[in-house]
Design a protein around this ligand. Structure first.
Ligand code: HEM
Length: 214
């Protein structure tokens, strides 16, 4: 839960700080899904920009920044360094998601970095190959988490406006982009203004909730 929450809170923070990303995402949803139904998992292949937002939210949040410690079951060698059996190894996932040699400007939320890549580059830079850990203990929830995050992102983009809030004096509140870091990494609480995108969107969500409760 903490990891999915971290990726989704990072997504909401990004929508507040980078409104042009939300606008582009809403244009894609309106074009592909329309305004008469909610997005489904089956729409995923036709929503490349939403896909890039999911990747960027996973990259930007790096929810378990140092992974979970692994213990070597045999001696190993890495770039000339001997690592004896029994050593505890931490994988610096945070650094891997911020490799400025692959892509500068790593601290900016920029889904476009994943657009128009050839298949080889897309595979090499896909954050899903790093943020879920490595080897035999790779996160078993990764496919569920990925699909879940896609559905939440697509549904929120389709039905909500996410914007900066105003304080009691009417001043716009711009949340600062920062992350708590420890075993998990996530943005601290921030203020924003989330409203239904339209009456039609509100009705669709109400209808869906009513059918779930029936
Ligand atoms: C954004 C969402 C998520 C991220 C970034 C994430 C990341 C990770 C990472 C980095 C590890 C350590 C892997 C390693 O040792 O190399 C891990 C382990 C694990 N994750 Fe996730 N996870 C996420 C969601 C989930 C979900 C939704 C579930 C369950 C439904 C889940 C269940 C687990 C379990 C059980 C382990 C321990 C596996 C083991 O040690 O054998 N995770 N996860």
């Amino acid at each position: 839960m903490e990891t999915t929450k971290s990726a989704l809170a990072s997504f909401v923070l990004a929508m507040v700080v980078y409104p042009e990303v939300l606008q582009k995402a809403q244009e894609e949803i309106d074009r592909v899904v329309g305004v008469d139904r909610l997005p489904q998992l089956e729409d995923r292949d036709q929503l490349p920009y939403i896909e890039c937002i999911v990747k960027e939210a996973l990259r930007w949040s790096a929810s378990i920044p140092l992974g979970i410690p692994h213990c070597l079951t045999e001696d190993d060698e890495h770039e000339g360094h001997t690592i004896p059996k029994g050593s505890t190894v931490l994988s610096n996932i945070w650094a891997m998601t911020r490799d400025e040699e692959i892509d500068p400007d790593a601290s900016t939320f920029r889904p476009e970095r994943f657009l128009n890549m050839d298949a080889k580059t897309a595979e090499r830079t896909d954050p899903r190959a790093t943020v879920f850990g490595f080897g035999r203990r790779t996160c078993p929830g990764r496919y569920f988490a990925d699909a879940n995050i896609f559905m939440v992102v697509a549904s929120m983009v389709a039905t909500l406006n996410i914007a900066k809030a105003r304080d009691s004096k009417g001043q716009v509140i711009t949340p600062s982009v920062e992350f708590h870091s420890g075993m998990t990494r996530y943005p601290p609480e921030f203020t924003c203004n989330i409203t239904p995108r339209s009456q039609r969107a509100e009705d669709m969500v109400s209808k869906m909730l009513t059918s779930l409760l029936d």
